[in-house]
Design a protein around this ligand. Structure first.
Ligand SMILES: *Cc1c(COP(=O)(O)O)cnc(C)c1O
Length: 360
């Protein structure tokens, strides 16, 4: 309400306050707030100077925006396959896809589990590549006691309502590199070097547009919401982890369901709880299982249709089946079970009952 009554509805002091609060929460030097998670990814790819002729290695097991951001800059996304147990980008496949044109790797902390950053970092260093973490699923998680948001050169977050904390629409990028942060702040404001408030403070009219940017600004009232949402984030992750432990225990004696493997060096933030069904043993395919669970009123989903399967990618990049066999095989078996902090222990039991019913 204070923001709505104030002089600044957008580009005002709450933006900086929210950025500082998030940077402090993560333990990183800079946070840049933008209008959504896709804008965050676009700003990251832009800040690295990636453009036509460049290649960026991406995972197919993600939301399309993780790869689309490369196309926005006129560069080419190259799909690496995933690890069969975690469905996280497989460093060996990344290495195999590197060419003289490769400029960066975009890792996605799929479901909320941080990728294998020590290995990805060493590959990036060896080949002079930048590393982006699309951390939209993993805020509040960590890898070897290092917080998500500090693991790559640029780390992107979404504040969409389905994510861990929300501003309605919104996004953030974290980095320890002051120059990258500066470039992203210019980029989110049309490529103009000063914003309205800076000019108001100086009492001048002059500004210069130094590059082709976008309007990717976030409003002050969204940032006020973000500041209050941030206070609930740790509790939300704690409850998600508790629910995951309940699922793990209950599923351990059902032989046709396997949760995704979690590596011991991570704290998984559980944006999603994903399981693999042994469709052969059960004698049902993924679509049958999905329909049967929905019929029991269980809000299951599928994350994701491999990005390279989408018609746009097939038509414009010529991607076909067989490009990432591990991700493609997983897609035929994965189901996302309900996971949200308000879920009760009894809700978990209901999901398990519906899963047991599949084999009867
Ligand atoms: C949600 C999400 C995005 C896009 O975020 P928006 O705020 O919806 O633009 C990108 N990548 C991943 C992995 C996501 O889950």
């Amino acid at each position: 309400m204070d923001v709505l009554r104030s002089d600044w509805l957008t580009t005002g002091p709450k933006v900086e306050e929210f950025e500082a609060a998030f940077a402090d929460f993560i333990g990183v030097a800079h946070a840049v707030a933008v209008s959504n998670g896709t804008a965050a990814l676009h700003a990251a790819v832009y800040a690295l100077g990636i453009g036509p002729g460049d290649e960026v290695i991406v995972t197919p097991m993600t939301f399309a925006a993780s790869a689309n951001c490369v196309l926005y800059q006129g560069a080419t996304p190259v799909f690496a396959d995933v690890d069969p147990d975690t469905l996280l980008i497989d460093p060996a496949s990344v290495e195999a896809k590197i060419t003289s044109r490769t400029k960066a790797i975009i890792a996605v902390d799929y479901a909320g589990q941080p990728c294998d950053y020590d290995t990805l970092r060493s590959i990036a260093e060896r080949h002079s590549l930048a590393l982006i973490d699309d951390a939209c699923h993993a805020v509040g998680g960590s890898y070897k006691e290092r917080a998500v948001g500090t693991l790559a050169d640029l780390n992107t977050f979404s504040l969409h309502p389905v994510k861990h904390f929300t501003t309605g629409e919104g996004g953030l990028i974290t980095t320890n590199d002051a120059e990258l942060a500066r470039r992203m702040r210019v980029f989110r404001n049309h490529g103009i070097t000063t914003d309205h408030r800076q000019r108001a403070e100086r009492g001048g009219f002059f500004y210069e547009m130094v590059d082709l940017g976008y309007n990717y600004r976030i409003t002050d009232f969204q940032c006020a919401l973000g500041i209050s949402q941030l206070k609930k984030l740790r509790e939300s992750v704690r409850r998600r982890r508790e629910l995951a432990a309940l699922y793990d225990a209950a599923l351990s004696d059902i032989d046709y369901v396997t949760p995704l493997a979690i590596r011991p060096e991570v704290v998984q933030a559980y944006h999603l709880y994903i399981v693999r069904f042994d469709t052969e043993r059960l004698g049902m395919d993924r679509n049958d299982i999905f329909a049967a669970l929905r019929a029991e009123n269980i809000g299951v989903n599928v994350h994701y249709i491999p990005v390279h399967f989408h018609p746009y990618y097939r038509q414009n990049l010529g991607t076909t089946e067989g490009l990432c066999p591990v991700a493609e095989a997983a897609y035929q078996q994965i189901i996302t079970l309900p996971m949200f902090p308000q879920m009760s222990d009894e809700d978990v039991a209901d999901v398990i009952t519906a899963i047991r019913k599949l084999s009867t």
